[in-house]
Design a protein around this ligand. Structure first.
Ligand code: AMP
Length: 115
């Protein structure tokens, strides 16, 4: 746990969030400023600032995050309409919270390429 990391503090329960899932490795909660009718963030409890910090040892965790996102997408009714999974890596790609997270977005039409 990194004391000054907002997502570490949400995972620890120190800061409130609308959680939709948690286990010993992963926490998922609704984004505070949703960009779509469904906007859930899926994070590891372990603090990794960016995807670039992940090592081969983290491959299983990264897969588990993606699999959890798919399960949550199903639970939130996105199975037919579809959904988008996004991870921004570094500020240039739009990352603003430096604790890795997957955005699960759904419930509206998305364009490509992303802005
Ligand atoms: P990114 O810009 O890709 O790093 O995504 C960070 C996301 O975290 C943004 O969509 C924010 O709206 C969201 N966010 C920031 N603080 C909180 C919070 N306390 N609870 C829920 N979502 C948050």
């Amino acid at each position: 746990m990194t004391q000054d990391c907002i997502f570490c503090r949400i995972a620890a329960g120190d800061i409130p969030a609308r959680k939709v899932y948690e286990d010993d490795a992963i926490v998922a909660f609704h984004d505070l400023e949703p960009q779509a009718p469904v906007h859930v963030l899926i994070i590891p409890r372990r603090h990794l600032s960016t995807l670039l910090e992940a090592s081969a040892d983290d491959a299983k965790l990264l897969g588990a995050l993606q699999f959890r996102a798919i399960e949550i997408a199903r639970e939130l009714g996105l199975e037919s309409s579809g959904f988008r999974l996004v991870t921004n890596c570094l500020a240039g790609a739009g990352q603003s919270v430096f604790h890795i997270h997957l955005h699960l977005l759904g419930g509206r039409k998305f364009s490509w390429p992303p802005g």
